[in-house]
Design a protein around this ligand. Structure first.
Ligand code: SF4
Ligand code: SF4
Length: 383
């Protein structure tokens, strides 16, 4: 079951009421008392202002804290940003004061545990932040955003943030083609589900302001979807979100894998929708990331030499670049390089097209080149 609530701005009283209704609908209060530990998982991909629609909005966090803290004070908040330290990132995103004023703990970024998927497709073990797992209730606060690699990111993909900082980009090297990365994300999600089989996962996806185009960070454009979507099933939320913003479900391959594995319900006709019907959002249309491929095209790109021949690669806009070097730091195969005082450059035949560089670029200075002619011809038939 998924609850869709129409909401057009970040008014704390309105949002607190909506999330209160959602907690009641999913019996979340029944699972809480003063002894229970709660972890609130943010989307803290990088340091971006709240108006940009990239990171968890402080009012959503405030509303959740207002409702949870009177029941239990045992609350930890946080995420593992891709590259920056958590505290400056929280400050830039407008979340730090909310957390400090509520007097709750912030995630300790260097304390890990291993979670296991007993029936993985590829990877069985994941080193993740211990505090995110050692809780009775994990409340996941994703944004509804497009994503250059995975087409969209919402509830399920937000759990990639269980993995610490640069270890995330190492996973892009391990699972370097898009399909394998989708399987790896699902192996991780399966491991999380196993860890929580006697505990509770709850997801509140914020699309009041989401992100369209070249998400999930500075390359995308803030866009109102005017909704909050909540559920205990991340797969259902993501399926409903793609429908609500009128993107193409055929391209949401991470969700299709999750559905096929039985990790949640991805069939829109089988998901019970409460609250506002999808028809209330007929006017919401998000722009997809450029040249995104469907499941057939993704399968075609398994081999690196095929990706090199057919796919676009990152390019630097020197009018925007401030030579900060973050793209080079995160590049998992070290093909993006920067010398002191110069603009970054890359060897495109080593690039694995993970788009981590674009994700961390604070200036939206990394864009996709034009797709090579051969790619335009061959992949057109496999969109
Ligand atoms: S492209 Fe972006 S991340 Fe890379 S050096 Fe320039 S501003 Fe920094
Ligand atoms: S250059 Fe960018 S897209 Fe290519 S491998 Fe490095 S981080 Fe990934």
């Amino acid at each position: 079951m998924v609850l869709i609530q129409k909401c057009e701005d970040y008014n704390i009283d309105v949002i607190r009421d909506l999330i209160d209704q959602s907690f009641k609908e999913f019996n979340i209060y029944d699972k809480l008392d003063s002894t229970k530990k709660v972890f609130i998982k943010l989307n803290l991909v990088g340091p971006f202002e709240k108006e940009k629609g990239i990171t968890t909005h402080p009012v959503i966090l405030q509303a959740v804290l207002d409702l949870i803290l009177p029941i239990t004070k045992n609350v930890i908040v946080g995420d593992n940003p891709a590259i920056r330290d958590q505290i400056p990132t929280l400050k830039k995103c407008g979340l730090y004061d909310t957390i400090k004023n509520a007097n709750v703990e912030i995630l300790e970024g260097t304390d890990f545990t291993t979670i296991t998927n007993s029936n993985p497709k590829i990877y069985s073990k994941f080193e993740v932040s211990r505090q995110m797992i050692d809780c009775d209730l994990l409340i996941n606060l994703p944004k509804i955003k497009t994503h250059s690699l995975t087409y969209m990111t919402c509830a399920e993909k937000n759990f990639f943030g269980l993995i610490y900082g640069l270890n995330k980009s190492a996973w892009h090297t391990k699972a370097s083609n898009p399909l394998e990365f989708g399987e790896a994300l699902n192996d991780l999600y399966g491991a999380l589900l196993e860890s929580f089989k006697d505990k509770t996962l709850f997801h509140i996806a914020d699309g009041i302001i989401g992100l369209e185009g070249e998400g999930p960070s500075s390359g995308g454009k803030a866009k109102h979807a005017n909704c909050i979507i909540s559920s205990t099933d991340a797969v259902s939320i993501d399926r409903v979100a793609v429908e609500l913003v009128h993107l193409d479900y055929e391209k949401l391959y991470v969700n299709k894998i999750a559905n096929d594995r039985g990790y949640g319900e991805g069939d829109i006709n089988k998901i019970e929708i409460k609250g506002n019907p999808l028809s209330d959002f007929d006017d919401i249309h998000f722009l997809a990331p450029k040249d995104s491929l469907g499941s057939t095209g993704i399968k075609f790109l398994r081999h690196k030499f095929v990706r090199n021949m057919l796919l676009e690669h990152p390019q630097i806009d020197i009018n925007k670049c401030i030579k900060c070097g973050q793209c080079a730091t995160i590049c998992p195969v070290k093909t993006m390089k920067i010398e002191k005082g110069k603009y970054p450059h890359l060897k495109s035949n080593i690039c694995i097209r993970c788009w981590c560089c674009a994700e961390v670029c604070p200036q939206n200075a990394i864009y996709k080149s034009k797709r090579p002619l051969l790619g335009r011809i061959i992949l057109k038939s496999k969109q």
